[in-house]
Design a protein around this ligand. Structure first.
Ligand SMILES: NC(=O)c1ccc[n+]([C@@H]2O[C@H](COP(=O)([O-])OP(=O)(O)OC[C@H]3O[C@@H](n4cnc5c(N)ncnc54)[C@H](O)[C@@H]3O)[C@@H](O)[C@H]2O)c1
Length: 458
């Protein structure tokens, strides 16, 4: 089959190269000429494990090409995917559909008689109807089917997720479109991926409901973590204890600094707006979104509590900036709100991230960047693990202990067992677990201290 993928970002590039790998012929289109020029030179504009190899292999096999010319790319296509961004609209938090509608207008002239147009972008209920209207207004001659096929891949594991999805959701009521979508995803039947055919509006809603539910799980365990800290319980054991119940499941029960990223925050906001617009406010989702928002700044206060609430003049080192490991994506990363809140409390913020620094520089001001964790830690008053990159799970704690100015380790991802850190005489604070106070801390500390200094320690 011939596919045109409109939008070559995280979703478009991964989906496009995976479809090419299935044997289809794919043109990945983007409005950004620099992105396309880079891709044509073999330079991959995003960090996603395995993607450079997959792109290269399929370009070499002649199944994958890149273009800025939408009309040309669409002309020969059996299926046209719309995979452009749907960020939060400034001002009201609704999904900004201007890129989706622009793409619909741009593809219309090139569409063939029976092309299937598939919205892969995450779009609010009813967007498919509008895409259909835009196209049929411009092409009353063509029998174009507009299908919803939301994407569930996770950055950092995107290729695996695309090739081994838990399910494929396809929203259409047209038998012909259904047949073509079946054919498109046929290689995945071998992996026994269930295809769920639904109405178009239902498919659109499934994506938002899924993300909102996952975000709710995270927020739930984060609140339980806060309670654990007050009552002397361990959130990881609580999560394990409830997760073993099949009705609950173990996934998305990791307490942390609050969710961020390119999808959850904006998708929750969009769903909240959809609910309000239809007179059915989603109170639970509204609470999850606002609870999560306040949590990120609260993480800065957690750091400050170790220093009597005042971080003026202190060097705070952040390890990890991207919203999760194995991506360079900084969109709505918790590190952004955390950095600003730490700076508001007077801290000098420095940071290291394995791949995210170029993106971080675009969104964070007044941060000093370092080339590795140890350089970043040298002379720091506190180390904060913000993103659980694999390399932070095996830090040489002795080496770190020797280079820091004060031995405070705040682990917002709970990646270390408390006892292990204790052995190196760090004062260790994590989320929803017992804290450890380094035994010789009083002789070590040089920064401002008050009687509140040990308040957070237990
Ligand atoms: N990133 C994820 O993990 C993920 C997962 C599932 C679903 N989604 C959804 O997929 C959609 C795309 O997300 P993303 O992260 O890939 O976004 P992205 O910002 O990485 O990529 C979007 C791309 O579309 C291009 N573009 C915009 N308008 C265009 C046009 N008219 N013609 C051609 N190109 C155009 C942009 O230049 C950009 O390169 C969003 O709706 C998102 O919610 C994302």
């Amino acid at each position: 089959m011939r596919i045109a993928m409109i939008g070559s970002g995280y979703v478009g590039l991964v989906s496009g190269s995976c479809f090419a790998d299935f044997g289809h012929h794919v043109v990945c289109v983007d409005a950004d000429p620099q992105k396309i020029a880079d891709l044509e030179r073999g330079k991959v504009p995003i960090f996603e494990p395995g993607l450079p190899e997959l792109l290269e292999a399929n370009v070499r096999a002649g199944r994958l090409t890149f273009s800025t010319n939408t009309r040309e790319a669409v002309r020969g296509a059996d299926v046209v995917f719309i995979a452009v961004g749907t960020p939060s609209r400034r001002g009201d938090g609704h999904a900004d559909l201007s890129y989706v509608y622009a793409a619909a207008r741009e593809i219309a002239p090139g569409l063939r008689e029976q092309t299937v147009v598939v919205t892969k972008s995450t779009v609010p209920v009813g967007t498919g109807d509008e895409v259909e209207r835009i196209i049929s207004e411009r092409r009353p001659d063509a029998r174009v089917s507009v299908v919803s096929n939301p994407e569930f891949l996770r950055e950092g594991a995107a290729i695996r997720d695309f090739k081994h999805p838990d399910r494929i959701v396809i929203g259409t009521s047209e038998p012909r479109a259904r047949e073509i979508m079946n054919e498109l995803y046929r290689p995945l039947y071998l992996n026994a991926a269930p295809i769920l055919f639904t109405g178009r509006r239902t498919a659109e809603l499934i994506k938002y409901a899924a993300n909102s539910f996952l975000a709710t799980k995270i927020t739930f365990i984060n609140e339980i973590a806060d309670l654990c800290e007050q009552v002397g319980a361990d959130v990881q054991e609580v999560a394990h204890g409830i997760g073993l119940d099949n009705r609950i499941g173990t996934k998305f029960l990791h307490a942390g600094p609050g969710f961020g990223g390119s999808c959850f925050p904006k998708d929750l906001n969009a769903l909240i707006k959809t609910g309000q617009d239809h007179g059915t406010p989603l109170r639970l989702v509204e609470t999850v979104a606002s609870t999560n928002d306040t949590r990120k700044r609260a993480m800065a206060r957690k750091v400050a509590a170790l220093f009597g609430g005042n971080l003026r003049g202190l060097e705070i080192a952040l390890l990890g900036l991207t919203f999760k490991p194995n991506t360079d994506d900084m969109r709505d990363a918790p590190s952004i709100a955390l950095t600003v809140a730490l700076q508001d409390l007077g801290a000098n913020v420095r940071a290291y991230d394995p791949v995210g620094i170029p993106q971080a520089k675009k969104v964070l001001d007044d941060v000093h960047y370092y080339d590795d964790a140890y350089a970043c830690a040298a002379g720091a008053d506190a180390l904060v693990i913000v993103t659980e990159w694999e390399q932070f799970r095996a830090l040489d704690l002795e080496r770190l202990r020797n280079v820091v100015r004060q031995p405070f380790l705040i682990d917002l991802r709970n990646i270390y067992p408390v006892e292990e850190v204790e052995r190196f005489n760090f004062a260790y604070v994590s989320i929803g677990r017992r804290s450890a106070l380094g035994s010789d801390l009083d002789t070590w500390t040089a920064g401002p201290k008050t009687e509140n200094h040990h308040v957070a320690m237990r």
